[in-house]
Design a protein around this ligand. Structure first.
Ligand SMILES: *Cc1c(COP(=O)(O)O)cnc(C)c1O
Length: 400
């Protein structure tokens, strides 16, 4: 039976609005479907494939580590994991890493870490502040910190306080810190599925200052913004803040599941044996790929090349916005995380996504009317031009 779309519907639970596309293989920023049709991929598996598909160095590491061992558990020293933690700490701040298999599990680790900190502090602080429209994952704990109308929330949750404030509202943040005495503030430097909303550096810096003033842990969810996505290894590095905790996942494993948290040295002993753990994380294979991803980004110049490519793409889109101001309200984002805010009905935006797909271009839609671009850092000038030309063509048809 060759109808994979049908077979998928029969046996896979229906939790995603899946595009009718059966992928056969990938090469760089290109995906190729079962009929040999090629697509330029500006979704990268939802911000995962930061160096594109089947990068030769990733494939090489995959084979090399595969020949050694795939899993050994946390009972022994896992060399690729040690090396990767050394790289992550060197690229951020003195501290230690706790590994997970996914983004949501990184959020869960933060919830537990914050709780342990609360108990040790004995200041009566409790709970976590998040921003409206933020996304921090879908497990029961992480879900409580996710603030999106499209995400079903009505599951039982453990009993810790969560407060939300609007992004960019410092007065509201200060009021919550003062009155509710929370233990931590958790934010995405660019709200991702909340509509690609970059936070102003000034706001992030002032928020960090307030955290310091009120003795609150400042935690950055860099699960989507991290690993070079915004032009720096982590997006907080565009500002002057020093977070207490950084969450990472998505891009780090080069396509394999891997996540975790980097915790500042002064809080890095909060977890002791028995406090937290998982059988799989970090997979030695994922960690080995993590080392290759960071090698590519930092040593081989992919980070800088990606930042330049992102600027080209953003500039091209700004020009297009002026020309088609009737359908494009604005272009926003940071680096390779771009939101095209459409001034059209949600069905029209879906149609544009569909037309782009038919003509060989994969883009995401979030918050109904925002076209979200998450290209890989290795995207070529030709692929950027292909997208801009095709998008222009589709916009001119829409505005006829
Ligand atoms: C994707 C994402 C998560 C959840 O990660 P999963 O690996 O899907 O569990 C959490 N926070 C942010 C900002 C994300 O983009």
């Amino acid at each position: 039976m060759a109808d994979w779309t049908h077979r998928n519907r029969e046996v896979i639970m229906n939790t995603y609005g899946r595009l009718p596309l059966v992928i056969d293989r990938g090469e760089g920023a290109t995906l190729i479907d079962e009929n040999g049709k090629r697509y330029v991929d500006f979704i990268t598996g939802l911000a995962v494939n930061i160096v594109g598909h089947s990068h030769p160095k990733i494939v090489q590491t995959l084979c090399e580590q595969g020949e050694k061992f795939l899993h050994i558990s946390n009972l022994y020293v896992n060399k690729p994991a040690v090396e990767l933690a050394e790289r992550l700490v060197a690229a951020t701040f003195p501290g230690k890493v706790f590994y997970t298999n996914s983004g949501a599990e990184a959020t869960e680790a933060v919830i537990k870490l914050v709780h342990k900190w609360t108990k040790e502090q004995k200041t009566g602080q409790d709970g976590i502040v998040v921003l409206e429209k933020s996304f921090h994952g879908r497990t029961l704990g992480a879900l409580k910190l996710t603030r999106q109308p499209g995400v079903y929330q009505d599951f039982p949750v453990s009993n810790f306080p969560v407060y939300d404030v609007a992004p960019h509202d410092l007065a509201a943040l200060e009021q919550v810190l003062k009155e509710k005495k929370p233990a931590a503030l958790l934010m995405e430097p660019v709200l991702g599925s909340g509509g690609v909303v970059p936070l102003d550096s000034d706001y992030v810096e002032q928020a960090a200052k307030l955290c310091q003033q009120y003795g609150v842990l400042f935690c950055m969810d860099e699960i989507q913004t991290g690993i070079g996505r915004t032009g720096k290894l982590f997006a907080y590095q565009h500002t002057s803040v020093n977070p207490d905790v950084v969450l990472f996942a998505k891009g780090i494993g080069g396509g394999l599941p891997l996540g975790g948290i980097i915790v500042k040295a002064e809080h890095a002993e909060l977890f002791k044996p028995g406090d937290h753990g998982t059988t799989f994380a970090p997979s030695p294979l994922s960690a080995a790929l993590g080392n290759t991803v960071l090698e590519l980004l930092i040593d081989d110049g992919v980070l800088d090349a990606g930042a330049n490519a992102a600027e080209k793409l953003q500039n091209g889109l700004q020009e297009l916005q002026k020309e088609y101001a009737g359908c494009i309200e604005s272009i926003r984002g940071l680096g390779m995380m771009i939101g095209i805010v459409m001034n059209l009905e949600p069905v029209k935006v879906k149609e544009i996504q569909q037309t782009l797909l038919e003509r060989g271009m994969l883009v995401d839609v979030t918050q109904q009317t925002i076209i979200r671009l998450l290209p890989p850092l290795i995207v070529s000038d030709e692929q950027i031009e292909f997208f801009l030309a095709l998008f222009t063509e589709v916009l001119s048809e829409v505005s006829e």
